[in-house]
Design a protein around this ligand. Structure first.
Ligand code: SF4
Ligand code: SF4
Length: 383
């Protein structure tokens, strides 16, 4: 986990770099940036070492090299020494953010999250407005056994608000005692990605206070970024254990299937699955979404499945800092997923759904891009 490492740990590891370049072969940035060594994982490693040794001065131009990384962490799986350049990028961002040496887009983005408490510069009082557009019965309670932490993207992006409809419909179907928070704020993970750790802390404190106020011991979220924040980043940022369990919604669904709380009719079409980097490679939630999918459909996986799957381009704030780089990655990823000939492309992340949908319109050919939760809700007749 990125926040569990220190600059010293990383520097020690980097000493074992053999300069072999295996990491270049898997990094999604390399090909779409014309094999520019300075934004390849190996190049970032060289720049980071020079920065830490004082051989390079911290500048905004230098910081751009570390923000042009989707923090997908696939390089760590190719490296014979297990070096994770995603962690290197995050450490460099933290150092450069503290010095104010970051791109303007990052400064504006971070300030806006702190001001608006969401990533969309929307009035945060309208965060729960998605409830008006769902058929599910959503009650905001003073106390509940379970909190559904919706996340900024699902709450505000019309493209993926159907995920909230699916999750809440399924929670009602299972007779869970659940609620959404009265005043959810951005989880803070985007600030961690920006390098703004101190700033992320204030958001973490607020959300924990909100969760504690309803007395819930379990939090579920459909967003891998929120999951990573709540489960792994909050305890590190705040230096204390939290008194609630955090589950990604696919873990929750898989538990329900294993306990036979859910019986879902099988689908008559072939689906494929795009693994979200933060859920799969970073948090290790790999088998749960796949179990859920294989219990209801024939699943074909794209090439480079497993640890070597490619990022959709939506991670690491790449869409904020370098949208055209992100789009080139997304198009390539969509082509790979489409080449499976599956009629339905599934994933388990609102940002991945949104990112793939943004490039899908011209290449869709009747294919759908949906979250696993939507597919399940549809199959049990909730949507
Ligand atoms: S794969 Fe690992 S050892 Fe090889 S260049 Fe990349 S970081 Fe260094
Ligand atoms: S984390 Fe991903 S984008 Fe960043 S250097 Fe490694 S492979 Fe490339």
């Amino acid at each position: 986990m990125p926040l569990e490492i220190t600059a010293e740990d990383v520097l020690k590891k980097l000493n074992f770099c053999e300069h072999c370049g295996f990491c270049r072969s898997i990094c999604p940035i390399v090909e779409v940036e014309n094999y520019d060594e300075s934004v390849s994982p190996r190049g970032r490693k060289t720049l980071f070492l020079a920065l830490m040794k004082g051989e390079l001065q911290p500048t905004i131009k230098l910081s751009e090299k570390f923000y042009k990384c989707s923090t997908c962490c696939s390089c760590a799986y190719k490296c014979p020494q297990g070096i994770n350049i995603g962690e290197v990028s995050l450490l460099a961002r933290q150092k450069l953010f503290e010095l104010g040496m970051v791109p303007d887009t990052i400064k504006r983005f971070s300030n806006a999250i702190l001001e608006y408490k969401n990533v969309y510069t929307a009035d945060n009082a309208s965060r729960n407005d998605w409830i008006m557009y769902t058929d599910a019965d959503v009650k905001i309670k003073d106390s509940a056994d379970l909190v559904y932490f919706v996340g900024c993207v699902t709450s505000f992006s019309g493209m993926v608000q159907t995920i909230a409809q699916a999750v809440t419909g399924i929670l009602n179907y299972l007779n869970e005692d659940w609620t959404v928070l009265k005043d959810e704020w951005c989880c803070g993970h985007p600030l961690v990605l920006a390098g703004a750790l101190k700033e992320a802390k204030s958001l973490a404190e607020h959300n924990i206070k909100e969760i504690s106020s309803v007395g819930s011991k379990k939090v579920v979220t459909g967003c891998p970024g929120c999951y990573l924040a709540l489960k792994y980043e909050y305890p590190k940022l705040l230096g204390r254990k939290l008194n609630f369990e955090v589950l990604h919604f696919t873990e929750f669904l898989n538990n329900c299937l294993e306990k036979e709380r859910l019986k879902i009719p099988r689908l008559d079409v072939t689906v494929t699955y795009h693994e979200p980097c933060e859920l799969s490679r970073i948090c290790g939630i790999v088998k749960e979404p796949k179990n859920v999918l294989s219990s209801i459909a024939n699943v074909v996986y794209p090439e480079n499945n497993g640890s070597y799957f490619c990022c959709c381009g939506g991670g690491g704030l790449l869409k904020v800092t370098y949208p055209s780089t992100a789009e080139r990655i997304s198009k390539k990823r969509f082509e790979v997923l489409a080449s499976t000939n599956a009629k339905v492309i599934t994933t388990a992340c609102p940002t991945c759904v949104q990112t793939l949908l943004q490039v899908a319109s011209s290449q869709q050919n009747g294919r759908r891009v949906v979250d696993v939760s939507q597919l399940i809700a549809e199959q049990i007749g909730l949507m």
